[in-house]
Design a protein around this ligand. Structure first.
Ligand SMILES: [Zn+2]
Length: 145
């Protein structure tokens, strides 16, 4: 496969889910790049802001795509080696509004507004391990304290 073919495939994928894949700035092809790009997203809302769990609404300053971002940390009280995970998924304006509306009553219900098959970015820092960044799907809230 030539690199030209690869470009065609990438642009087709982008078109198929254009409202959900952001732009080259906020949702690049590589998970590592996407993790770095995430730092440039503007925070629209911080619905949950606990030291070991937070849920935020983010937006790309380039294409205005919206994202839901969840951070959770499970405390290792014995070894002090806490596992952390970050999950970010692009959402439609409707989904963003639904999350916003549901968060005050149920965080779990709110996060269900993000389709389970939606491609999302996960960064995990397991206890005693190295951080890794992967593409995954949906927003699964891990255990948190
Ligand atoms: Zn963007």
């Amino acid at each position: 496969m030539t690199s030209h073919d690869e470009e065609n495939i990438v642009s087709q994928m982008t078109q198929d889910s254009s409202t959900l894949s952001g732009c080259d700035y906020c949702w690049p092809a590589s998970a590592e790049d996407a993790w770095h790009a995430r730092r440039d997203l503007r925070e629209l809302a911080r619905w949950v802001d606990e030291s070991h769990f937070n849920v935020r609404g983010l937006q790309c300053v380039h294409c205005s795509s919206k994202f839901i971002s969840v951070f959770s940390e499970s405390i290792d009280w014995i070894n002090g080696d806490d596992a952390q995970s970050w999950t970010t998924a692009p959402v439609t304006a409707d989904e963003f509004a639904r999350v916003e509306a549901l968060v005050p009553s149920s965080i779990e219900a709110a996060l269900c507004a993000v389709p389970a098959q939606r491609r999302s970015l996960r960064r995990e820092y397991p206890a005693g391990g190295d951080a890794r960044v992967n593409w995954t799907s949906g927003i699964a809230v891990g255990g948190h304290d």
